[in-house]
Design a protein around this ligand. Structure first.
Ligand SMILES: CC(C)[C@H](C(=O)O)[C@@H](O)C(=O)O
Ligand code: SF4
Length: 471
């Protein structure tokens, strides 16, 4: 029998129609929907007199526009309209929605897994680029555009050209104090923001196998920042145990049957990929980005690069522009760079383990003078769980703000933003110009590193705080 990767197995199982050299028609198992990219898609259905083909395979939430304080008071008119429209559309088309009142509400890529909607072997789409997060479960999950959202709503299928397969192997074990976020930032720093173009990544290796589901989600979340169509990890016991007992996961005997099928999806020993790259886990340090794309990052002991060291003229210009926007001088130690804001949240790093890691650093310490730090849980369930564990108190006592769930400061589509020219240590996934507000300067880091920056007022190697306990 030919040996196959999980990518080929899922692709083949979902192909409804195909012709050589042309895109294939894929069946979609789960369609997640949010308020920003769905209004025109529903409107399209309405204009054409169509229904949602499989409402029970469609699940909506509100996240981008949601205020994280006074979440029911939506002052921005566009935001309010988008949320009201989503509620109306879901009512009219019979789609389940986790609206602001729902205990299930939260960031779309946080609640899918949390509710057990995200499962191995599924094809999952959403009008949102970070849909790759769901790949952590061994699902084929990717972002789509609004016209494709309409296509999936009305047919439950999607035309797709078959991507190439790319194995990203993380070799060996991670050093203490180095997290999943550092792994994915280091991968992107090493191979660039385009190395995944046209491909679906499968992450492999001991370091990945040893990760929890939450850590795997952090890695897969940023596959898109490597230019990939999607990123995934073959499912294993860790995956199955995470799903057991979740609201939408199969129950009892059905669950055991599902586990058998899910296990068979993992990439076959000896299967080949179109391309393979490798990174040594032991060489990864806690990361900080210095520039305006996620590949412009260094280890915490590194210095801001000098554009004059570049041989390639285009690279030199790119670095110069990034440094200019970021207000940084070549040769500066990143650990000398001061921050005015700290944001712990987003679909990359707002789950329980992220909040626990940040709280471990914050506990018994104080946010440095002149720093504004906030913690934004990824879902209302996470918020409640964190409060039950007393994490909110740890953060509040240290001087952090404790918020309601939402995309928040990850992108300034809601009241949370970084003022012009100010610097933010952020656990999100994008450091593009203007991402956190006009002229805002974003540095991507892990939750523990963000908490360390909050208490020191500048980037700091979190490993000096608590070697023994910081994971
Ligand atoms: C608003 C949405 C379309 C966008 C995306 O697709 O990713 C957002 O979630 C982001 O992170 O930039
Ligand atoms: S948290 Fe950020 S990256 Fe994730 S969906 Fe929201 S805006 Fe996009």
């Amino acid at each position: 029998m030919t040996k196959k990767t999980i990518i080929e197995k899922i692709w083949e199982k979902h192909t409804v129609a195909s012709e050589p050299g042309k895109p294939s028609l894929l069946y979609i198992d789960l369609h997640m929907v949010h308020e920003v990219t769905s209004p025109q898609a529903f409107e399209g259905l309405r204009l054409k007199g169509r229904k949602v083909r499989r409402p029970e395979l469609t699940f909506a939430t509100m996240d981008h526009n949601v205020p994280t304080v006074d979440r029911y008071v939506i002052k921005d008119e566009i935001a309010k309209k988008q949320m009201d429209t989503l509620s109306d559309n879901c009512r009219q088309f019979g789609v389940k929605v986790a609206d602001l009142n729902s205990p299930d509400s939260g960031i779309v890529h946080v609640i899918g897994p949390e509710l057990g909607l995200t499962q191995p072997g599924k094809t999952i789409v959403c009008g949102d680029s970070h849909t790759s997060t769901h790949g952590a479960f061994g699902a084929l999950a990717f972002g789509i555009g609004t016209s494709e959202v309409e296509h999936v709503l009305s047919t439950q299928t999607l035309w797709q050209s078959k991507p190439k397969t790319l194995k990203v192997h993380v070799k060996g074990d991670l050093p203490l104090g180095v997290t999943a976020k550092d792994v994915i930032l280091a991968i992107i720093a090493k191979f660039g923001v385009n190395f995944g173009t046209g491909s679906i990544i499968e992450f492999t290796g001991e370091a990945i196998r040893n990760m929890t589901m939450e850590e795997r989600m952090t890695v897969c979340n940023m596959s898109i920042e490597a230019g990939a169509k999607a990123g995934l990890i073959s499912p294993d016991e860790t995956t199955f145990e995470y799903l057991r007992g979740r609201q939408y996961a199969p129950e009892g005997e059905e669950f055991e049957k599902a586990v058998e099928q899910w296990s068979a999806l993992a990439t076959d020993e000896g299967a080949t990929y179109d391309r393979t790259v490798e990174i040594e886990a032991s060489e990864i340090e806690p990361q900080v980005t210095w520039g305006t794309n996620p590949s412009q990052g260094i280890g915490i002991n590194g210095v801001v690069p000098n554009p004059n060291d570049c041989e390639n003229a285009a690279d030199k210009i790119a670095i110069e522009q990034a440094l200019d926007y970021m207000g940084l001088t070549p040769g500066t130690s990143i650990s000398d760079v001061e921050v005015q804001h700290v944001f712990i949240g987003s679909c990359t790093n707002s789950r329980m383990s992220d909040l626990r890691a940040a709280a471990q650093v914050a506990k018994g310490r104080k946010v440095a003078p002149g720093v504004r730090a906030m913690v934004v849980p990824g879902s209302q369930k996470i918020k409640l769980q964190a409060e039950a564990e007393g994490l909110d108190q740890v953060f509040l006592e240290a001087g952090f703000e404790w918020r309601e769930s939402g995309c928040s400061m990850c992108l300034s589509m809601n009241p949370d933003f970084v003022p012009e020219g100010e610097r933010c240590a952020s656990t999100s996934n994008r450091n593009f110009e203007g991402r956190q507000g006009k002229g805002a300067r974003t540095h991507l880091v892990s939750p523990a590193m963000a908490a360390a920056a909050a208490v020191k007022g500048k980037f700091t190697d979190v490993r000096i705080f608590n070697e023994a306990t910081v994971k």
